[in-house]
Design a protein around this ligand. Structure first.
Ligand code: UFG
Length: 337
């Protein structure tokens, strides 16, 4: 059995990746402090996978704990999801983000070095491209963060590059996610935002279920076909399979890579609203508001490098993303309880 440690494995992307890894024959181990996730996910993962879930509660910055887990399970590779991810909050509380995201990465790499586990897959983000000069975005585009959150992703990528340069025994796969949405097809696990959702799809889902009155669309005067923002929404199950392909490649080919994980096409806010209303059979009322500070007009990937290096491509459509998000939302109107 090849054990893989998932830091932040109880979170939205971590929990979906857990299932994709089990399906691919890996034995994942979850480490989570539940600061932005819910322990109820563990029973759901057991229910879907039919196997007990290996897990530990704790902080990724606890070097002794992480080292102990790496040694106990003879972990072959780590997938590092554990991080804070709210752009607006990072502007208000930058130290919270630098501490958790950068210190977490530092301590994790120290524990990995001590345990002799030097295979790492890192959750990066398209946020590292800032406001790109053009679309689609390739991995060769310059990195320019526009928030403390984005800064933490760029710094973590640089920390990884430094380790790769310093010690030839290290290998890493850096995955730059575009906009993950949707849920597992079972409807048992999904995105479970605390408080008012910042992101579009969970907000739309809460409007459709009646938890919120209407969606605020942040601007309809962008230079896009319908004036609303264009993003590369990717089904979280496709993203999870991207992690499996990244681990397969990292453990087989023993080389490092940085790739975009996106679909290669953009959808506008109004397209998402229409697709969600069709999938749910519920109206999604909205009002047009001023632009949200820091937002960009459009952002979508050139996903060809991931296809070339990992043999992976996203296959699920916007209709699939909305249908699965709705199944999760309607079966779990209050999320995990
Ligand atoms: N939007 C609305 N109303 C809302 C929420 C979002 O109109 O209530 C619009 C935004 O203006 C944007 C689009 O929907 O045009 C998508 O917004 P999200 O907040 O869902 O996603 P972002 O693209 O702004 O941000 C996401 C992640 C970040 C990441 C960034 C870049 O949340 O972590 O992609 O990759 F940094």
């Amino acid at each position: 059995m090849t054990h893989i440690l998932l830091t932040g494995g109880a979170g939205y992307i971590g929990s979906h990746t857990y299932l994709a890894l089990v399906q691919a024959g890996y034995r994942p181990v979850i480490l989570d402090d539940y600061s932005n996730s819910h322990p109820a996910v563990l029973a759901r993962l057991q229910q879907i996978s039919g196997q007990p879930v290996l897990h530990a509660r704790g902080d990724v910055a606890d070097v002794a704990l992480v080292r102990g887990l790496l040694e106990q399970y003879q972990v072959a590779a780590v997938v590092h999801f554990a991080a804070f991810k709210a752009v607006g909050e990072s502007v208000e509380q930058p130290l919270k983000y630098f501490d958790n995201n950068i210190t977490g990465m530092l301590r994790l790499m120290q524990a990995m070095e001590q345990a002799g586990c030097r295979r790492l897959v890192f959750s990066s983000s398209a946020t590292v491209y800032g406001d790109p000069d053009s679309v689609p975005i390739t991995e060769a585009f310059p990195l320019r963060h526009s928030s403390p959150y984005g800064c933490t992703k760029v710094v973590c990528e640089e920390m990884i590059a430094s380790m790769l340069g310093a010690n030839p025994a290290w290998r890493a796969g850096v995955l730059r996610y575009f906009n993950p949405v949707g849920a597992h097809a079972s409807g048992l696990i999904g995105e479970n935002p605390q408080g008012v959702p910042n992101n579009l799809m969970p907000y739309v889902a809460q409007v459709a279920i009646g938890r919120r009155q209407h969606l605020n669309i942040w601007g309809d005067d962008y230079p896009t076909p319908d004036g609303t923002g264009l993003r590369d929404y990717i089904h979280v199950a496709d993203l999870a399979e991207g992690h499996v392909a990244a681990l397969d490649t990292l453990l087989r080919d023993q080389r490092s890579f940085t790739v975009n994980l996106g679909t290669g096409r953009g959808h506008s806010v109004l397209e998402v609203v229409a697709a969600f209303a069709a999938a749910s059979g519920r109206p999604v009322p909205y009002q047009i508001c001023p632009r949200r500070p820091g937002d960009i007009a459009q952002c979508y990937a050139d996903p060809s490098l991931a296809r070339e290096l990992l043999g992976w491509r996203a296959s699920r459509t916007l209709a699939d993303m909305c249908a699965d998000s709705w199944r999760w939302q309607s079966a779990n109107p209050e999320g995990y309880v």
